[in-house]
Design a binder for this molecule. Structure first.
Ligand SMILES: *Cc1c(COP(=O)(O)O)cnc(C)c1O
Length: 363
């Protein structure tokens, strides 16, 4: 049987060890005699899992006591609304830096809840792909803004920040949905970080929010309880019934990350994988990637075939060869290999081998 490698951008591949463990303990989790899906979130077993999950997160990301970790249902896009509702107000200013698809959606949603200073030209509809980090003059930022929002890795375009944007001291809030846990960061650089789980933290259903505790509960508005960070903070993210299975998978993924050697080792592995793939693409006359070298993503690698009319053949043959979900997002076109933590080096090597053979047959 040929190995199957899943290059999906999200929901993305899980580590195969994690899938196996889910299977092994599905019928009898922690000697409860039932599956984890059927256990109360108030039970001692599940409470222990919740506590352990927090320890794993704090350990992996080196999160200090000054920060809270919240797990909130609804996906990353719910945070596009919750963030301005909680940290700003309709008569207050926030800064949005938009250099890609997800950033443009975050900007559009936040317009309902805050006065926005956008650092670049407002995005147009239909969306036009961007291929730079976007220039702005830090001296022109309103320094009384509540926060500065950006997207550390633009998943569609394959563009990643490898340094911090200059926010002139305004707290940085960052959508890290596609690159949290894929490299080392210093949480202390941020006011708030969020990432939905289905890329590198497990499966869809929860979004991890890491937030400086002094930023919680400062809003002046009446918010629904389940839209208020304070509620999640006060109730350890279990005010109402959380998606327990999602939480369980996250804890398995975090343990797997620890077994890989933590974020330093994971980052090195991701750099090796992405470098191999970019090197191959750059040395080819048949494939290309249009992103400048110093802003390329280490986890999402879009590439185009020189001849667009071969796209469908490429996708059909790669899928038949066990290389799944390589189609690029429709806003960008072409192909995209998402090579998150769970996609092993062997998968990247199999992709390169396939691309090499495909080029030989079609060049
Ligand atoms: C996938 C993705 C999202 C969308 O997340 P949902 O959980 O589906 O709302 C947002 N931002 C980035 C950077 C992403 O990669």
């Amino acid at each position: 049987m040929t190995s199957i490698y899943n290059f999906s951008a999200g929901p993305a591949a899980l580590p195969s060890d994690v899938r196996q463990q889910i299977k092994n303990e599905l019928d009898n989790w922690q000697n409860t005699g039932t599956s984890v899906m059927e256990v109360s979130h108030r039970s001692p077993e599940f409470k222990a899992l919740m506590a352990e999950n927090e320890v794993l997160l704090r350990d992996l990301l080196n999160i200090s006591d000054a920060y809270a970790t919240l797990l909130i249902p609804g996906g990353a896009q719910l945070q596009y609304a919750m963030l301005p509702m909680n940290l700003s107000a309709p008569d207050r200013t926030t800064i949005y830096h938009v250099n890609g698809y997800w950033g443009s959606l975050a900007y559009r949603e936040a317009q309902r809840f805050s006065q926005i200073h956008i650092t670049t030209a407002p995005p147009v509809i239909p969306y036009q792909p961007q291929y730079s980090l976007g220039y702005y003059d830090p001296q022109s930022l309103p320094t009384d803004a509540d926060y500065f929002h950006y997207t550390s890795n633009e998943t569609l375009e394959g563009i990643q920040w490898h340094h911090l944007p200059d926010s002139q001291g305004v707290p940085l809030c960052c959508d890290m949905t596609s690159d949290l846990i894929t490299r080392q960061i210093d949480v202390n650089d941020y006011g708030m970080i969020y990432a939905s789980a289905q890329k590198n933290l497990g499966i869809a259903g929860l979004t991890l929010v890491i937030i400086r505790k002094d930023l919680i509960g400062q809003h002046q508005q009446q918010l629904p309880a389940l839209m208020d960070y304070q509620t999640y903070f006060d109730h350890h993210s279990a005010y109402n019934t959380p998606p327990t299975f999602v939480w369980y998978v996250m804890s398995l993924v975090l343990k797997w990350c620890q077994q890989q050697g933590g974020l330093k080792a994971i980052q090195a592995a991701n750099q090796e994988k992405s470098q191999k793939l970019y090197d191959f693409i750059d040395n080819s006359q048949f494939y290309n990637n249009r992103v400048e070298h110093d802003i390329r993503s280490e986890v999402n690698v879009p590439f185009m075939l020189k001849n667009d009319s071969l796209n469908e053949v490429f996708l059909a043959q790669s899928s038949a060869a066990g290389l799944k979900a390589l189609k690029g997002h429709k806003a960008i076109g072409g192909m995209r290999a998402s090579i998150y933590n769970a996609l092993p080096l062997a998968g990247v090597e199999a992709l390169i081998d396939f691309m090499y053979e495909f080029e030989k047959d079609h060049a």
